[in-house]
Write a protein that binds this ligand. Structure first.
Ligand SMILES: Cc1cc2nc3c(=O)[nH]c(=O)nc-3n(C[C@H](O)[C@H](O)[C@H](O)COP(=O)(O)OP(=O)(O)OC[C@H]3O[C@@H](n4cnc5c(N)ncnc54)[C@H](O)[C@@H]3O)c2cc1C
Length: 443
């Protein structure tokens, strides 16, 4: 069997994007995927910078052909029905001014298929089969054992194995990375399905267009999403603690039904029926991370090494951006005249840290300081929050984002103290003012 330069395990957004960027660099990878596409996947709301990532891959016209609902931003409703609004905006490259733009809410089966098909049409090799285990020689991963359709085990060899296996965390679960640890939202459960005839916003101003993502919350870590995925179908999901779900002793459809009608008044008024169009599904234990997820002959991308929480829709974007970074790192490694004996992908892991940390602090900060967060998102910090929500999470732009710095300080201190969250708006505002006044944070 011939040796490949790069094998990509997983044909989701991380795998396809890595492949597409490698192909742009003249490297032809092999993608291994166990499911026939199009296949179901949760995760429909795309962040603003996802559109940029799609444009960079030359796939905007394919996206327009899908006729997905157009998303101009996200409205987050508190238990009293007071929303804060974060609009999708991009930075003008010449002036750095924020300009309103849009992105999409997608059906993941077709979206993931658009990416995978593009990779295949542009020259990626593809095998539909199950990856069984990595092949290791000394301190290096040198390939992948697969089981073919006919049940035969085969060894495939490569210079670089890219783990894009999503929540299956192929390498992390087999101990090839640092220890996989639970994330801050590991004890949560997501219960979701789709409904027709949900009352959507209707207006022409960006905050009122029907394609927007709506988030409703009842209390800390107890919230729901509403994401239009077609003209008539809307994805609805409830996220809460697994203990609360268990306490209710309802089957998952009944649980979802009850929650949709009781979680938040602004959500309830939009539900006209609870005849689910699709199976009611659940996800648990979705929050985790693993360090040291790169090494000799391998690197992990996207959910394969970390996922925090879905509330602000960063998952697909992080997977795609990390796919781009991974392709750059692999291109550099394969093109190098000589190779040192260290980990060739250590810098890639460091860049990723910036984005993943920003997402985690943003979400933690929202739950710890919801009142102040709302004020920030609507007041003087609006541009900072707009940048973060869009996905401008790397390099100078995030290093100079004052709200990001402030969140990092606050959350680092709070995690160390392990103290209960400040309850009143005055207490939250005090903590925030203090952290904003603190000297700039060096990373
Ligand atoms: C409840 C919930 C809601 C979410 N909502 C959003 C949202 O609104 N917006 C958003 O951006 N993100 C959302 N996400 C996150 C998003 O779905 C993921 O971050 C994203 O799919 C990650 O892409 P990926 O390519 O890393 O992994 P995946 O998309 O999971 O792809 C991994 C692929 O690897 C394949 N694979 C795995 N193991 C093997 C094996 N052994 N052999 C062969 N193939 C294998 C799988 O079949 C799969 O196709 C949500 C997540 C959850 C849990």
């Amino acid at each position: 069997m011939k040796k490949r330069q790069v094998i990509i395990l997983g044909g989701g957004p991380a795998g396809s994007t890595t492949a597409l960027h490698l192909l742009q660099a003249g490297i032809q990878p092999l993608i291994i995927e166990r499911h026939a596409f199009p296949r179901y996947h949760i995760g429909e709301s795309l962040s603003g910078e996802c559109r940029g990532a799609i444009r960079d891959l030359g796939l905007e016209s394919e996206m327009l052909a899908q006729d997905y609902p157009v998303k101009h931003g996200v409205n987050v409703f508190n238990p009293h029905g007071v929303p804060f609004w974060v609009e999708v905006k991009r930075r003008c490259p010449e002036t750095n001014v924020l300009i309103p733009t849009s992105t999409w809410s997608v059906t993941r089966s077709t979206y993931d298929n658009v990416l995978l098909e593009a990779a295949r049409q542009r020259g990626a090799e593809y095998m539909e089969c199950e990856a069984i285990s990595p092949i290791q020689e000394g301190d290096r991963i040198t390939g992948l054992q697969i089981r073919t359709d006919g049940g035969v085990l085969e060894n495939l060899h490569c210079d670089v194995l890219v783990d894009c296996s999503g929540q299956a965390t192929f390498l992390a679960s087999r101990g090839f990375t640092g220890r996989k640890v639970k994330g801050g939202y590991a004890n949560q459960i997501a219960v979701y399905s789709q409904l027709a005839d949900v009352v959507r916003d209707s207006g022409t101003e960006p905050s009122k267009v029907p394609g927007n993502t709506l988030i409703f919350y009842k209390a800390k870590n107890h919230w729901a999403w509403m994401i239009p995925v077609s003209e008539t179908e809307t994805s609805l999901g409830v996220v809460t603690s697994a203990a609360y779900f268990k306490e209710k002793r309802l089957d998952k459809a009944e649980f979802l039904r009850t929650e949709l009608l009781n979680l938040n008044p602004d959500l309830t008024r939009r539900i006209t029926n609870t005849d689910f169009l699709d199976e009611v599904r659940t996800n648990t234990s979705y929050s985790y991370s693993a360090n040291d997820y790169t090494g000799k002959g391998f690197l992990c991308v996207g959910d394969a090494h970390e996922f925090t929480d879905p509330i602000f829709s960063f998952g697909v974007f992080l997977s795609m951006r990390e796919g781009e970074f991974a392709a750059q790192a692999i291109g550099k490694y394969l093109g190098a005249d000589s190779r040192s004996n260290g980990n060739p992908f250590a810098d890639y892991e460091m860049i990723n840290r910036q984005g993943q940390d920003a997402v985690r602090d943003l979400i933690d900060c929202f739950w710890e300081y919801p009142l102040v967060f709302t004020r920030m998102a609507s007041g003087v910090n609006q541009d900072d929050i707009t940048d973060l929500f869009a996905g401008r999470l790397y390099g100078h732009i995030v290093e100079n984002n004052k709200s990001r710095q402030s969140m990092r300080r606050l959350m680092t201190a709070r995690r160390a103290e392990n103290a209960p969250p400040p309850r009143t708006e005055a207490m939250q505002a005090g903590a925030f003012a203090e952290s904003l006044a603190a000297p700039s944070l060096s990373r």
